[in-house]
Design a protein around this ligand. Structure first.
Ligand code: NAD
Length: 491
C-alpha cells in the first residue's frame, strides 16, 4: 500500500504486523463513520484471536531475538526521534482524520491528536538517555549488579477519545525502555491507527517492534490473555478494566489500568466566577466531556449556589455547536450513535429524579445529522443519584449543593471513582490544602490541565498504577540482581 509522507491511504482493511500490512484471518469488517455527517469514511478489518496471536508472536520474536531491546539507549533514542519526526509530518492529516472519526473540534484535535503524540515520544526518547541501566553495590559475599532490563512484550489497549495521545502514554515509554508492543485501538478510531503504523515503518523501527491490530472486545480479551504478553496497559471503562485486571491476574502479567471517573469540581465560597467560567471548558467539557477526568459533579456552596448554576448555564448557552471543522465551533458531535444513545439515556433518567434541568437536555436546533447533544446542566442533584454516581462520558453535569467545606470534602470523596478534580478559590494555598484531602489521582487549582511530565492515574474504581512522567518509563523496566562473588567496586 503506497503512502506519501503526510497522507495515509484509508481503504486498507488490514493489520500492521512485523512491518507488513497483512490480511485479516477472519472476515469481520467495521464501518468507520464520520461523527458529524454519519457518512462512511472507510471500512476497516476487525481482528480475530488468530490475528492477535500473529501480532503477539511478531512482538515476542522481536523482543526475544530482535535488535530493539539490545540496542544502546542512544540508538533507541535516535530511532524514536525519527518516529516522532514521521508522526509530526502527518500531524495535520491525523488531526483532521480524528475530527472526522469522533467529532473533536479541529483546534483541539490539532494539538492533542496531531502534535502531542510526537512530543510524548520525544520526551521519552530524551528521558531514557538518563537511565542508569546497571548499578554495582557491595554485598555480603562480593558485589551485586542491579540491572534494569526491558520488561518484555506490552499489550496496549486504548479507547477512542484521544487515540494517539493515550496510545503514546504507554507506547512511547515502552519502546524507549526496549519493550516491543501490540497496540489495539478502538474500532471508533480505526483509521488513524494506520498513520501510526506508516510513521513507525518510515522511521525504520525494526520489524515486530510496534504491531497494530484493530478489534473489539473479544480481540482485546484474546490479547490480554495471550501467554506471549508480559504487560498489559489498559485504558477504558471501569467495567472492561475489571475483566482485563482479572485476566491479567490469572496470567500473572504486570498490569496498569486507567479507567473511568466521576470527578468533583469544588467551588469554594470565595471563588471568582470569572475564573470559574474561564475554566469550565477544560474542567468539565473538554472534548465534549468525552474525557476521563471530566469534572462531572460540581459542588457548590449554598451561599453562592445561584451564581455557580448561572455561570454554568451561561457557559453552556455561549457555546457554538456544529461542524467540528469550523474554527468558530466550540462543541462538535459525540463520537458515535451508540455513545449518543447512552448519554441520552442518562439525561432521561435524570429527568425522572427531583433534579432540576437548567439548560440543554436535547438535540441542538438545526443539527439534524450527526451525533449531537446540547451541553446539559442539572442542579439540585443528590450525590446518591445515578447522575452523581455513574460516569456519563458526555456533556451532562450534576450540580450538588453543600453547606460547608467538611461537607464538600465528604461529597467529593463519596464516590466509587477517584481520577481528577478541581478546587476553585481566591486563596490558592487554601485550595491546595483542600486538594490534599481529596482521594483522587490528580487535582487542578483554579484550572484543569494534564501535566504530561507528572504521574497520572486513578484510585478506587478509576484504576491501578500510574503513567506519564518518569514513572511511565519505570513501568517498562524489570530489575535483575546479579550476585557476583568478586568485589567489583574495588577491583
Ligand atoms: P471501553 O472500555 O468500552 O473500551 C476501551 C478499549 O478496551 C477499546 O479498545 C475496547 O475495544 C477494549 N475492550 C473492551 N472490553 C475489553 C475486554 N474485556 N478486554 C480487552 N479489551 C477490551 O471504553 P471506551 O468507551 O472506548 O472509552 C471510554 C472509557 O475510557 C471511559 O470510561 C473513560 O473514562 C475511560 N478512559 C480512561 C482514561 C484514563 O486515563 N483513566 C483515559 C481515557 C478514557
Amino acid at each position: 500500500m503506497s503512502t506519501t509522507a503526510n497522507e495515509t491511504e484509508l481503504g486498507r482493511p488490514q493489520f500492521f504486523i512485523n512491518n507488513e500490512w497483512v490480511a485479516p484471518a477472519g472476515g469481520e469488517l467495521h464501518d468507520a463513520i464520520d461523527a458529524a455527517t454519519e457518512e462512511v469514511i472507510a471500512v476497516a478489518a476487525m481482528a480475530t484471536e488468530a490475528d492477535m496471536d500473529a501480532a503477539v508472536r511478531a512482538a515476542r520474536d522481536a523482543f526475544d531475538r530482535g535488535p530493539w531491546p539490545r540496542m544502546t539507549l542512544q540508538e533507541r533514542s535516535a530511532a524514536l526521534h525519527r518516529f516522532a519526526d514521521e508522526l509530526e509530518k502527518r500531524s495535520d492529516f491525523t488531526a483532521q482524520l480524528v475530527t472526522r472519526e469522533i467529532g473533536t473540534t479541529i483546534g483541539m484535535s490539532t494539538i492533542l491528536n496531531g502534535q502531542a503524540p510526537a512530543m510524548q515520544i520525544r520526551y521519552y526518547a530524551d528521558l531514557v538517555l538518563d537511565v542508569e541501566l546497571e548499578k554495582v553495590q557491595p554485598s555480603m559475599f562480593g558485589s551485586t549488579i542491579v540491572r534494569k532490563e526491558p520488561l518484555g512484550v506490552a499489550a496496549v489497549i486504548v479507547p477512542w477519545n484521544y487515540p494517539h495521545s493515550i496510545a503514546m502514554f504507554n507506547v512511547a515509554p515502552a519502546l524507549a525502555a526496549g519493550c516491543t508492543v501490540v497496540l489495539k485501538p478502538s474500532p471508533e478510531t480505526a483509521l488513524d491507527s494506520y498513520v501510526l503504523a506508516d510513521a513507525a515503518r518510515d522511521a525504520g523501527l525494526p520489524a515486530g517492534v510496534l504491531n497494530i491490530v484493530l478489534g473489539g472486545r473479544e480481540a482485546g480479551a484474546a490479547l490480554v490473555s495471550h501467554p506471549g504478553v508480559d504487560k498489559v496497559a489498559f485504558t477504558g471503562s471501569t467495567e472492561a478494566g475489571r475483566k482485563v485486571g482479572e485476566a491479567a491476574g490469572r496470567g500473572l502479567k504486570h498490569v496498569i489500568l486507567e479507567l473511568g471517573g466521576k470527578s468533583a469540581s469544588i467551588v469554594l465560597e470565595d471563588a471568582s466566577m470569572e475564573t470559574f467560567y474561564a475554566g469550565i471548558g477544560a474542567s468539565s467539557f473538554m472534548n465534549n466531556s468525552q474525557t476521563c477526568t471530566t469534572a462531572s459533579r460540581v459542588l457548590a456552596p449554598r451561599s453562592r449556589y445561584d451564581d455557580v448554576v448561572e455561570t454554568l448555564k451561561t457557559w453552556c448557552t455561549d457555546q457554538v455547536i456544529g461542524d467540528p471543522f469550523d474554527p468558530a465551533v466550540t462543541m462538535g458531535p459525540m463520537a458515535s450513535k451508540h455513545h449518543l444513545a447512552r448519554i441520552n439515556e442518562h439525561i432521561e433518567a435524570a429527568r425522572q429524579t427531583s433534579a432540576r434541568l437548567i439548560t440543554g437536555g436535547g438535540r441542538p436546533a438545526g443539527l439534524d445529522r450527526g451525533w449531537y447533544v446540547e451541553p446539559t446542566i442539572f442542579a439540585d442533584v443528590d450525590n446518591g443519584d445515578r447522575l452523581a454516581r455513574e460516569e456519563v462520558f458526555g456533556p451532562v453535569i450534576a450540580v450538588i449543593p453543600y453547606d460547608d467545606e467538611v461537607e464538600a470534602l465528604r461529597l467529593a470523596n463519596d464516590s466509587d471513582f477517584g481520577l481528577g478534580g478541581v478546587v476553585w478559590s481566591a486563596d490558592e494555598q487554601h485550595a491546595i490544602e483542600v486538594a490534599r484531602q481529596i482521594r483522587t489521582g490528580a487535582v487542578g487549582i483554579n484550572y484543569w490541565g494534564l501535566d504530561m511530565n507528572a504521574p497520572f492515574g486513578g484510585v478506587k474504581a478509576s484504576g491501578v498504577g500510574r503513567e506519564l512522567g518518569s514513572v511511565g518509563l519505570d513501568n517498562y523496566f524489570e530489575y535483575k540482581s546479579i550476585y557476583a562473588s568478586a568485589d567489583l567496586l574495588n577491583g
